[in-house]
Write a protein that binds this ligand. Structure first.
Ligand code: PLP
Length: 420
């Protein structure tokens, strides 16, 4: 336990009490695992009993610099003492500097800051409508998105998150959304009309099972958006900020978007999101047409500046590329011995391992053995370790995964009693 926490009265609480309080007082939106997080260091997280876990999830692609990175802690304390929040009615030192850095690394020219991924998507949807309107196209309001995408939970973002389990309880959703049911060039060509104002896609679908878009699909998307004067919106909320070994996953494809959304690891643990866009697109939003109380606050922006500096100073993009290849090779080695491993996909340190019906059980057994991972789409082991993970820690993960898969594969299939 860290010494600064010893006198905190709110930490004198047992897991059973935490659970009882949550059960009684929280909306039951989360099916939490029985895991009570205390603190973290590097690639490790500790529970309240002091047990150490190796993190291959990074708070779902957020804690990219691991836990308690000394430079983030220094900035957090220094900026926390100076100024945590000021309204967007005034200037502070860091929004402009951060926007410039994001513009430089993305090739975009303007930024709008939000607090979360879903708000970045909302902003992008409004910008797309405003852009079409400004170009004199009142009827150009249709938004295209892909089946199995995940863009967030607010109504606009949810409307383009074409997964029944998320949408069903909340219909009716935003009108004028068309879903491309197959990730094929011909399906995309069929979906485009003059009424389309934007196509929103994740270059690598994260929640949908770590599925990179085929290069010809994304390249055709660019051509069609240009032809129909629609905006290509790339959702890099999970895949951006270096996760794939480049700052943005689209940089692997040689495709230039009109808008890019970011969040998650932008401030590596502190809430911050952003939409980046070209000037001609950004100009479509006039003062007062969009805004937020918290988005782009001084503490969040100062932290994000430090995250970008750390990525550069510690050469983390190269590290992500190297360690991603190392992890993938290790997984391919395991695949030759384990029949339960299907396709291994992804880029850099964003990797999915198809395990079919065994994915959830694998995640739960990994946790019992001190490894945090996640099952995306219920069938894919999703691996998103922090960029500071070491080769030795990857070896440890592979060793434990080997044991867990051997255990599951050699156990007799449970007898359901059917037909007896
Ligand atoms: N877009 C993508 C690709 C995501 O992975 C997520 C979150 O998982 C979101 C949008 C929504 O972001 P947030 O949870 O910050 O609202």
């Amino acid at each position: 336990m860290q010494t600064t926490e010893v006198n905190d009265p709110y930490l004198r609480i047992e897991p059973a009490e935490i659970k009882a309080l949550e059960d009684k007082y929280l909306f039951s939106t989360y099916a939490r695992s029985d895991f009570y997080v205390s603190h973290g260091s590097g690639a490790h997280v500790y529970d309240l009993a002091g047990r150490r876990y190796l993190d291959f999830l990074s708070g779902i692609a957020v804690n990219s610099l691991g836990y308690s990175h000394p430079r983030l802690i220094r900035v957090l304390l220094a900026q926390g003492k100076k100024l945590i929040h000021c309204s967007n009615l005034y200037y502070h030192a860091y929004q402009g500097m951060l926007a410039k850095k994001l513009a430089d690394i993305s090739g975009m020219s303007k930024v709008f800051f939000t607090n979360s991924g879903t708000e970045a998507i909302e902003a992008a949807l409004k910008i797309a409508r405003a852009y079409a309107r400004l170009n004199g196209c009142e009827t150009k309001s249709a938004i295209l998105a892909l089946k199995n995408a995940f863009h967030g939970r607010t109504f606009g973002a949810l409307s383009i998150t074409a997964q029944e389990k998320y949408q069903a309880p909340f219909r009716p959703l935003l009108p004028d959304v068309d879903i491309v049911e197959d990730v094929t060039v011909s399906a995309l060509e069929k979906a485009f009309t003059d009424r389309v104002c934007a196509l929103v896609v994740e270059p690598i679908q994260g929640e949908g099972g770590v599925v990179p878009l085929p290069a010809d699909f994304l390249q055709t998307a660019r051509l069609l958006c240009t032809r129909y004067n629609a905006l290509l919106v790339l959702d890099e909320i999970q895949s951006g900020m270096g996760r794939t070994g480049k700052f943005f996953a689209y940089q692997h494809y040689g495709v230039e978007p009109d808008l890019v959304t970011l969040a998650k690891s932008l401030a590596a643990g502190y809430p911050l999101g952003a939409v980046l866009g070209h000037a001609r697109v950004a100009e479509s939003l006039k003062p007062g047409e969009h805004g937020t109380t918290f988005g782009g606050g001084p503490l969040a922006c100062r932290l994000a500046l430090e995250v970008l500096d750390v990525i550069e100073d510690e050469r983390l993009l190269a590290r992500v590329t190297e360690l991603g290849q190392y992890l993938k090779q290790g997984l391919q080695g395991l695949a030759s011995r384990h029949r339960s491993i299907g396709e291994i996909r992804g880029m850099g340190l964003m990797i999915g391992v198809d395990l079919g019906s065994l994915a959830k059980e694998t995640v739960s057994r990994l946790l019992n053995r001190g490894i945090i991972a996640n099952a995306a789409h219920n069938t894919v082991l999703r691996l998103l370790p922090p960029y500071v993970i070491s080769q030795a820690e990857i070896d440890e993960f592979l060793r434990v995964l080997d044991v867990v898969l051997t255990e599951i594969e050699t156990e007799p299939t449970p007898n359901t009693g059917a037909g007896v």
